[in-house]
Design a protein around this ligand. Structure first.
Ligand code: MF3
Ligand code: CO
Length: 255
């Protein structure tokens, strides 16, 4: 796996196009989320959208080591599900929160993004968890520029989360992204300033804070995919595919 090679302008242009499509898909999914719809229906919509746009779902068929293939286009993680929730037939209900995570591959390049949405009316506590997760992502972005140590960004994410009394999931991380869904470096959501690899302009990473209302520990369910909080607390997820630039960053999956 090519380590931290900056993408060429041609590669970035392709990822920008794929990212714009993924952003459009998120806007449509967001509008569909309401009490009564099932994650399976959202998954079917996402699959059709991606295929119609001459792309492929990045997650469907993906496996880690000798594990079970991921069976769907999207991950739909409801309430205490942190990540990798398999879309099922249980309708969403008023007050739920749902993390939607989608990756697509366009002309050989992956883009990956996630966002947590309210279903109907949610509690102020759940709203604050979602808002803090997004704020942590953007605090990380503020730290980015060509030549930065990855640890500077990770630290900014961690401090934004912990200031509110929440915790950052440590067992999973973001990742480099390009012709592979998962490339180097591993992008942790906690770390020390001045540590970690240096990111040159043109490096593309998927930054994805996962934030628990309670403790940071998570467990995997028997389906070999679904990750839930160990203490049953709510969890929120937010992710964009990002290119590092000389003086900052570019969101490739913006909406
Ligand atoms: N955004 C997640 C990741 O990058 C989603 C992966 S789901 C999988 O790891 F099925 F592809 F693993
Ligand atoms: Co990702």
């Amino acid at each position: 796996m090519a380590a931290l090679r900056p993408k060429s302008n041609t590669e970035l242009a392709i990822m920008r196009q794929g990212g714009a499509m993924l952003g459009e898909l998120f806007t449509k999914i967001k509008a569909m989320i309401a009490p009564g719809i099932t994650p399976k229906e959202l998954d079917a919509f996402a699959y059709d959208f991606i295929i119609k746009h001459n792309s492929k779902p990045s997650f469907k068929g993906y496996k880690v080591g000798g594990g079970v293939k991921y069976p769907a286009t999207i991950c739909a993680s409801v309430n205490e599900v942190v990540i990798h929730g398999i879309p099922g037939k249980v309708p969403l209900k008023d007050g739920d929160i749902i993390g939607i995570d989608i990756g697509l591959c366009f002309r050989g390049y992956h883009v990956d993004s996630a966002e947590t949405y309210a279903v109907g009316k949610i509690s102020p506590a759940a709203r604050k968890l979602i808002d803090t997760t997004e704020a942590a992502f953007f605090a990380g972005m503020k730290a980015l520029h060509g030549g930065v140590h990855l640890g500077d960004m990770s630290h900014a994410i961690q401090t934004t989360v912990e200031r509110e009394g929440y915790s950052v999931v440590r067992q999973f991380a973001g990742h480099g992204i390009g012709s592979h869904l998962h490339e180097d470096p591993q992008v942790s959501n906690y770390g020390k300033p001045g540590h970690g690899p240096v990111l040159a302009a043109g490096v593309t990473i998927a930054v994805e804070p996962m934030v628990n209302m309670g403790h940071h520990e998570v467990i995997m369910l028997d389906d070999d995919w679904t990750i839930v909080t160990d203490d049953g607390s709510l969890s929120s997820h937010y992710e964009h595919t990002v290119a590092v630039t000389d003086d900052g960053y570019e969101l490739l999956t913006n909406r």
